[in-house]
Design a protein around this ligand. Structure first.
Ligand code: SF4
Ligand code: SF4
Length: 179
């Protein structure tokens, strides 16, 4: 792989012109979880430009990102940094080198539930996640507490127009996540 191949791949998946970054640090300075990251946002961008593919794709930072889009709003160069992080997740899963499999797994069940019902059915998403992890009991006490306080229903509440919802998922989520 030549040095530019990873840059081109990430630009294609994200739709962002990453090479125009001039390392002003504004994305990192506004990021609420930069202190928790192993590589901060402007450094991730720099590593992409330098072609350091493995370093970027195995980084925990791309899974620490909250997708709050603060970085994207702050970028004076109009680079949607949050979208780049999302693209990096997608590429790392495709290449089976994601540093944090749990986030992706939970994210999949979360989106499946929203796609099916139009809103999150917490119990379904959590049970699917727990079954996949083969860990049914670790958070049972908290789950029972939520259930008793009425914060987690047994049955889903479906939105009326689920056909339109499926179309939206097909157009946006399917394209972005490759599902
Ligand atoms: S804010 Fe934009 S231009 Fe500045 S370092 Fe971050 S991505 Fe690059
Ligand atoms: S979208 Fe991610 S990288 Fe950007 S500011 Fe929010 S948490 Fe940080």
């Amino acid at each position: 792989m030549d040095n530019l191949e990873f840059l081109h791949e990430t630009e294609k998946v994200s739709g962002e012109k990453i090479s125009t970054c001039y390392q002003c640090y504004k994305c990192t300075n506004g990021c609420p979880v930069a202190a928790e990251m192993d590589i901060v946002p402007h450094r991730i961008i720099r590593h992409i430009i330098l072609g350091n593919k493995e370093k970027v794709l195995t980084s925990k930072s791309i899974w620490t990102c909250l997708q709050c889009i603060t970085c994207s709003v702050r970028c004076p160069n109009d680079i949607d940094v949050a979208r780049i992080f999302d693209a990096l997740r997608k590429i790392s899963v495709k290449e089976h080198c994601e540093a944090d499999k749990d986030t992706w797994l939970f994210d999949s069940f979360f989106l499946d539930s929203v796609r099916k019902h139009g809103k999150l059915h917490e119990l379904e998403a959590i049970m699917n996640y727990k079954l996949a992890k083969r860990d049914l009991f670790s958070d049972a006490k908290m789950g029972i507490g939520m259930f008793l306080k009425g914060r987690m229903g047994i049955l889903p509440h479906n939105v009326k127009d689920r056909k339109q919802l499926r179309e939206i998922f097909k157009k946006i989520v399917g394209e972005r996540l490759g599902r």
